[in-house]
Design a protein around this ligand. Structure first.
Ligand code: HEC
Length: 170
């Protein structure tokens, strides 16, 4: 029996066989335009209504790796408004939105779950499209391929099946 090249079968301890997508032939679930709009909303102050005075990147950093207070996290904490610096410091540590740690939390969840969580971050006044674009960008940074298939709020695709959690493919 032949499987598509990017799928492999895993028989779990409980005896179930699951198919996991892997490798370079990931299905694309976002368009380049969505990911680019998401990047802008993520990085630009005023890009989202809930964060008029901040951008997602101020807290989560432009590299999406979150903040621990370590040197080299951009934008530099000291460059932000004092009130935002205090908020960030009070939060202690801002979680990453990319990489292995993010995938541990989000890999088994769906794109729908991620969009719902982003809606919370973006706030109720923000059009759903912004949250979808932000999700597209976050997925792309986690290695999801972009193509002709747009991400929608109704899509419920297991995140680890389309994003390996490694560096973006550009
Ligand atoms: C003021 C700082 C700040 C800003 C601005 C901010 N976040 Fe966050 N974000 C946090 C903190 C702190 C957490 C962890 C606490 C929590 O889950 O509520 C978090 C959690 C998250 C999570 C869940 C992470 C996980 O592993 O569960 C997502 C997704 C997220 N933020 C996306 C965004 C997006 C997208 C934006 C921009 C619309 C944004 N955040 C703006 C501070 C911020």
């Amino acid at each position: 029996m032949a499987f598509p090249r990017n799928l492999f079968a895993v028989v779990t301890a409980s005896g179930f066989t699951v198919l996991l997508a892997q490798g370079p032939n990931l299905t694309s679930v976002v368009t380049p335009a969505q990911a680019e709009a998401g990047r802008k909303a993520f990085q630009d102050k005023g890009g989202t209504s809930a964060t008029k005075d901040a951008a997602c990147a101020y807290c989560h950093t432009v590299a999406l790796m979150g903040r621990t207070g370590a040197p080299g996290e951009l934008p530099e904490l000291g460059s932000l408004e004092p009130a935002l610096q205090r908020t960030i410091q009070n939060d202690g540590s801002i979680p990453p939105l990319a990489g292995p740690k993010f995938m541990t939390v989000w890999g088994a969840r769906t794109t729908h779950d991620l969009i719902d969580r982003i809606k919370l971050a973006a706030g109720p006044d923000e059009p759903e499209e912004t949250s979808v674009n932000l999700a597209a960008y976050i997925l792309q940074v986690n290695g999801a391929k972009s193509g002709t298939q747009p991400l929608t709020a109704a899509s419920a695709i297991e995140i680890r099946s389309v994003a390996p959690g490694t560096a973006a493919q550009r």
